[in-house]
Structures are given as structure tokens and as C-alpha cells.
Design a protein around this ligand. Sequence first.
Ligand code: SAH
Ligand code: DHB
Ligand code: MG
Length: 218
Amino acid sequence: MADADSRTGARYATSEIVHWLDQLHAAHDAGLERAFLAPGLNGMPAIQVGIGEGKLLTVLLKMIGAKKVVEFGTLAGYSAIRMAQALPKDGHLWSLEFDAKHAAIARANVEAAGLGDQVTILVGPALDALPALGQLGPFDAVFVDADKGNYDRYGTWAAMVLRPGGLLLGDNAYYFGNLLEADNKDAAAMRRFHEQAKQAFDTVCIPTPDGLLLGIKK
Ligand code: SAH
Ligand code: DHB
Ligand code: MG
């Protein structure tokens, strides 16, 4: 329950509390642990979603019975594995990744997690893949976590290809604390992502540390 302090932004989530809860609710199996550690071990930026946020992706996809999901930004496959773990045997995740090295590491991690048949990683700029990928829709969920300056375009595409009741998810929705910055074109793109999402989805911004936009398609 919120009180006057937490309502104005005070946080009761100490790192000890978050760690205890992650262990309880969101513990890693071997496949998740491998993918979570991979960025740090391979000279990639360690910018994967948090442990609890990863489990949130799993639970949200299970809630809607998602079968077909698209991800923007694979990195080492941590969030991809979190989402693929929510899918039925005949479900599928298409994950878009610009960097061929990231994609190769992610591919190995997805296979090590036993999810190779359920995940396709498409290498190259995400925008280039969208016309063909759209033909495979409608989709049940789209998770946006790639280059922030294109979030508005990714959101527009998601509104076209998601089924009614499908989910739009967007990580880094606070744009690293700079969402309201003027004269910042990536911040402006993130603001448009929020504004456009509001038109096509019933939306909320979940106050994760980075902000997570969640919308359900009208
Ligand atoms: N979703 C991942 C983290 C993604 S980090 C996880 O939580 O595990 C962002 C990723 O987006 C990086 O791997 C980066 O290479 C990729 N990326 C950046 N620009 C891109 C583009 N235009 N198209 C596709 N991927 C892109
Ligand atoms: C960056 C990207 C992310 O998706 C994230 O969650 C954190 C940082 C980045 O590009 O620095
Ligand atoms: Mg992110």
C-alpha cells in the first residue's frame, strides 16, 4: 500500500530486499544464469533487464496466453529466454538484433536453455526486418528494448501487428532520467512512443527502476 512518502517517490526497495525477492520469485535456472552472466563475460554492455523485470515479462506473457511474440534488442538472450519460457510448445519468439556478435552469443544461450526451436534471432537493423516480419502476425506481445531513438517507429509497427488484447512493453521508458529533456531527439522519440501508445493501447508506465511501458491493444 502506498503512503504519503512512497506516493511522492520514496522507495522502500533496498538492494537487500530486492535480492531476497529475486531469489524467491525469480531465481535463475542454469539457462537464465548463463544468459544473464554472458554480457559481462563477453565484452558486451551488461544492459539486460533486471532479474525481477525478466520474471515480470514471463508472468505477463503467461497471463495473456501469448504464443507469438516479437522482441526488439536481443543482446545475449536473457529477456528472450525469460519470454520464451512463457510460451507453449508451439509458441514462437522473433528477436531482432543489430549486432551479429550479440546475436551469435544469444543464439548459443537460447540453445543451451533448451529453447532453440522456439526462438528466431533476426540479425540486422530492426527496421529492415519489419515489413517481412509483419506478415507473420498478428502477434500477442511486442517487447521494445533496442535503440531508443527508434522507439516511436517500433511502437507504431506494434500497434499495427498486435491483436486486440495484445501487449506492448517498452523498457527504459524513463529514458535514463532524461525523458523530459528538450533538444534531445532520442528523448523526443521516447515521448512520442508514450504518446502514440496511449492512442492505440490502454497504457500504464510501471515504475521499475528504468520505467516499463505496458499497454494492452484496444
Ligand atoms: N533485451 C535484452 C537487452 C537488449 S540491449 C535483455 O534484456 O536481455 C539492446 C540491444 O539492442 C543491443 O544488443 C543492441 O545491439 C541492440 N540494437 C541497437 N540498435 C538496434 C537496431 N537498430 N536494431 C536491432 N537491435 C539493435
Ligand atoms: C542501454 C540500453 C538498455 O536497453 C538498457 O536497459 C540500459 C542501457 C544503453 O544503450 O546504454
Ligand atoms: Mg533496456
